[in-house]
Design a protein around this ligand. Structure first.
Ligand code: ADP
Length: 212
């Protein structure tokens, strides 16, 4: 199965990248309103497929021990606010607030840490289908930085909580779109930085994911 995922995701990457580029090109050239609307939907779907393939490629990289980090000092607060802003524009039902208490830059792979935050915020949105607040907090804890993402959604049963970071595991997430690998990748990225990721959750009340 691992070998198949690795082969399939590599083979799918090139054609999907060119479909994405051509769609972008058409979006710039086409003037017809209706066609533009269809192209817009097409771009959205292509991006979804492209993200799924990216996640599968990451799983293969992790399995092969080839998940490498480009370490640098970066402004984590700025990254959090930028990501929250993008999600804020995409969702109408949720109010995303950020509270950043950091005065120094952090040492890490900016894109990969961004990927963790994106995964956690998009899960918070996905698993609170009735909407509500999503609260992101970042603060310093001794020599570490601690980031938490809280939602007031469907929450989790204890037996789910114990397994959600496993590869391909989906709890009640099977009722939603997804492959069950987002949290596995997030955990591997956080642990690759020497950090920890955990969750506190109550069924039907919400969940708080925290990582250092
Ligand atoms: P996916 O969302 O594709 O199923 P993930 O690895 O991101 O995969 O999450 C694994 C499982 O953890 C989900 O299927 C869901 O059951 C549960 N889960 C993740 N985030 C949340 C959340 N914020 N609230 C409730 N359940 C969650």
């Amino acid at each position: 199965k691992d070998e198949f995922i690795s082969m399939a995701s590599h083979e799918l990457k090139t054609p999907i990248t060119s479909i994405k580029l051509y769609t972008e090109l058409l979006l710039k050239r086409v003037k017809d309103k209706e066609a533009l609307q269809h192209l817009g939907s097409m771009f959205e779907q292509v991006n979804r497929v492209s993200k799924l393939i990216g996640d599968l490629l990451d799983v293969s990289r992790i399995q092969a021990g080839k998940l490498f980090f480009k370490m640098q000092f970066f402004d984590l607060g700025l990254l959090i606010n930028d990501i929250a802003l993008v999600f804020g524009k995409e969702t109408k039902k949720h109010a995303i607030t950020t509270s950043v208490h950091l005065s120094e830059k952090v040492w890490g792979d900016k894109d990969r840490i961004g990927q963790v935050i994106i995964n956690l915020i998009s899960n918070a949105i996905k698993y609170s289908p009735s909407g509500g607040d999503i609260i992101v907090v970042a603060s310093k804890l001794k020599d570490n930085v601690i980031v938490s993402i809280e939602d007031f959604g469907i929450g989790m049963y204890v037996h789910e909580k114990d397994r959600i970071f496993e590869r391909f595991y989906q709890g009640r997430g099977t009722l939603f779109p997804g492959l069950g690998i987002g949290l596995y990748i997030a955990k591997m990225i956080v642990e690759g930085h020497g950090g920890r990721i955990e969750v506190k959750s109550r069924i039907n009340e919400g969940s708080t994911f925290t990582f250092t």
